[in-house]
Design a protein around this ligand. Structure first.
Ligand code: NAD
Length: 317
């Protein structure tokens, strides 16, 4: 459960989709927030709203290089990493380095500052899971050399390093395994399922399902994910803790809901399957409920409506 408060937060990847929402939440909680980001996959205007806060500071920095800060740091959230398959497949080595060197530098910053450290890991550590729904005890089923391994294995290494810092240095760490998150602030062209469906639906183009479209996903509204990350930070729990929405939908069902919400007449079409695309993805969030008192609050219908409003305004790119 939530037990502590922080005054000074550092968010690596703070200009990204989830990072910007987390920064907003931390500012609303009264924190001084430093976002560290190299802007490699950030949306163009991501920082506009944040910069209006006088307790917000942006540091343009690549986390694969050591981080030095003057002043107090009470909590470090490490989110800096390409996250959409399109982005990480285009930056394979950078993605591995963000998970390895980047995580080490963020852990070192937290260790030197005596700060709590929260790693934004991912459901991708479960790979194409053989257990369903996925519980934290499941070790995963990951292809270590396939194209997606640059992301999956970077996160698995980041979890291993975080655990080693906890054992070796007594670092105060928490690992969150985030499942598919969506909402306002996503880049239209980032290649993920939700932006792709909205941009296709709004442009009157076919909504494209990879493979059969019968693979399942669970999609969590971004404000819920940000709240979960904060709840983990405020707890003493080491994790890993799943953060996701246990409502499981097929990719086809998501496309149909997007069509309904946008009123689009676009057809739904199947295209080639993606290599190592997980067939089923659904979190068991019993642990998050028990130890963090966390569960998603925004249902899929409401979340998709709020997201539709964003994509109606967002520049298509
Ligand atoms: P994003 O691409 O929108 O944000 C990532 C941010 O990290 C970007 O602003 C990018 O510029 C920055 N970044 C990347 N490499 C960097 C580096 N070397 N140095 C400094 N900054 C760097 O992605 P997101 O969806 O906001 O994801 C944020 C985090 O959450 C990632 O670590 C991701 O793995 C994790 N996550 C996200 C999801 C999701 O569905 N969005 C699911 C699971 C895990």
């Amino acid at each position: 459960m939530t037990t502590r408060r922080f005054e000074h937060a550092v968010v690596t990847g703070g200009a990204g989709f989830v990072g910007a929402h987390l920064c907003e939440l931390l500012l609303a909680e009264g924190c001084v927030v430093v976002a560290v980001d190299d802007l490699s996959t950030a949306a163009e205007n991501a920082l506009d709203r944040l910069r209006r806060h006088d307790r917000f500071r942006f540091v343009h920095h690549d986390v694969t290089e050591p981080m030095a800060f003057d002043g107090p740091v009470d909590v470090v959230f490490h989110l800096a990493s390409a996250a959409s398959p399109r982005d990480y497949l285009a930056r394979p080595i950078e993605t591995l380095r963000a998970g390895s060197h980047g995580t080490e530098h963020a852990l070192e910053l937290a260790r030197r500052s005596g700060a709590r450290f929260v790693l934004a890991s991912t459901s991708e550590v479960y790979g194409d899971p053989l257990e369903h729904p996925q519980r934290e005890q499941y070790w995963g089923h990951v292809n270590p050399i396939g194209p997606r391994s640059v992301y999956d294995e970077a996160k698995r290494y980041a979890e291993a390093l975080t655990s080693a810092y906890r054992r070796e240095h007594g670092s105060d760490t928490g690992i969150a395994r985030i499942f598919n998150t969506y909402g306002p602030g996503m880049r239209a062209g980032d290649g993920r399922m939700i932006p792709a469906f909205f941009t296709q639906a709004l442009a009157g183009e076919p909504l494209t399902l990879t493979g059969t479209g019968e693979q399942t996903r669970s999609i969590c509204y971004v404000e819920d994910t940000a709240r979960g990350l904060l709840a983990l930070a405020c707890s003493d729990h080491p994790g890993p803790v799943n953060l996701g929405n246990p409502d499981e939908l097929t990719v086809r069902q998501v496309a149909e809901r997007v069509k309904e919400i946008t009123g689009s007449g676009s057809p739904i079409e199947c295209v080639d399957a993606v290599v190592d695309d997980p067939r089923r993805r659904c979190p068991d969030i019993t642990l998050a409920r028990e130890v963090l008192g966390w569960a998603p609050k925004v249902d899929v219908e409401d979340g998709l409506r709020r997201t539709a409003a964003w994509f109606r305004r967002a520049p298509l790119r």
